[in-house]
Design a protein around this ligand. Structure first.
Ligand SMILES: Nc1nc2c(ncn2[C@@H]2O[C@H](COP(=O)(O)OP(=O)(O)OP(=O)(O)O)[C@@H](O)[C@H]2O)c(=O)[nH]1
Ligand SMILES: [Mg+2]
Length: 295
């Protein structure tokens, strides 16, 4: 069989399970995934290579109405990732159903090759699924264009991969077969630290956090990493550090375990906290923290 390859974007509203799906398809944790909406902020590539084909997935930020420059960057990044793809997967959260925002996204995407992926079927009953199928039928999405999965439990993923392969075209292996992402380790390191902050902090604080990796130094059996958690207010800084530094310690020790897997060495991690008021509206700070156009 002739080798086939293709680019597949994973699009949808925040929190529908896009990053969870990409990690499940690639079989490795590349993109961070949490219960908080707007976890993903950049385009994150995940590469799946099999004997006869290579699929390059593009995980994207959830599409929402932006409230600041960071949000604008995120939504723009999502739509730009969808340019020149061979297939778009539009994810719908079965627990939420097809909302107005999903309909709008669908309108914008429907000119290309599109599959509607109904995720989180493990968490709903048949009535809910029937209802979603009915709504999609009303939107002219044929049953052939839909698939029902649970990214978390792995249900339907073999079938989904088969459907994706139908959209690949004869082409080269774009990336070496052992490569799972084109994102540098520094980026993933920052994301892993941000994930732990998202998991441990509440309310509006996690949304206002950015991570600046100041140093990654790979020694023989040890990697030294220092990072800054940037937040928006002094009061947030106090909460992130916590009583006697307990919160920061918790975030750092959870992050360190993931970083040790990433680097394959022991990790010495230092994390500092800094306040940059309203950084999510500062072009300069956005660039500094990695929210800039690629190339
Ligand atoms: N029950 C259930 N939960 C899921 C499934 N897939 C993802 N989730 C959960 O949904 C939440 C959001 O998952 P993410 O993968 O971060 O969602 P996302 O679409 O990437 O979110 P953003 O990056 O914020 O746009 C997490 O708590 C996941 O564990 C699933 O198949 N079933
Ligand atoms: Mg995500």
């Amino acid at each position: 069989m002739e080798f086939r390859s293709g680019f597949v974007s994973i699009m949808g509203s925040p929190n529908v399970g896009k990053s969870t799906l990409m990690n499940a398809l690639v079989g490795q944790k590349i993109a961070i995934a949490t219960q908080k909406a707007q976890t993903t902020r950049n385009k994150v590539t995940g590469i799946l290579t099999r004997k006869d084909y290579q699929i390059i997935f593009l995980d994207t930020p959830g599409i929402h109405v932006p409230k600041n420059k960071l949000g604008e960057y995120m939504v723009k990044t999502a739509y730009e990732a969808n340019r020149d793809v061979d297939l778009t997967l539009l994810l719908i959260d079965a627990k939420v159903g097809v909302g107005e925002r999903d309909k709008e996204i669908l309108q914008r995407l429907r000119n290309g090759n599109l599959m509607v992926v109904i995720n989180k079927v493990d968490a709903v009953n048949d009535d809910m699924l029937q209802n979603i199928r009915k709504v999609l039928h009303g939107l002219d999405i044929s049953p052939k264009q839909q698939i029902e999965i649970s990214a978390m439990q792995g249900d339907g993923l073999v079938q989904l991969e088969k459907e994706i392969v139908k959209h690949l075209i004869p082409g080269p292996m774009f990336y070496p077969e052992d490569m799972v992402t084109d994102k540098p380790e520094r980026f993933i390191a920052a994301e892993l630290i941000r994930e732990k902050a998202l998991l441990n902090l509440r309310d509006e604080i996690p949304h206002g956090i950015g991570i600046d990796i100041e140093k990654v130094e790979e020694l023989d059996n040890l990697t030294e990493v220092s990072a800054v958690i940037v937040c928006e207010r002094d009061s947030h800084k106090g909460i992130i550090i916590g009583k006697k530094g307990a919160m920061l310690k918790k975030i750092a020790s959870q992050a360190r375990m993931d970083l040790e897997v990433l680097f394959g060495t022991k990790v010495f991690l230092q994390v500092f906290v800094k306040v940059k008021e309203d950084w999510r509206n500062s072009g300069h700070m956005l660039k500094e923290l990695g929210y800039r156009k690629e190339e």
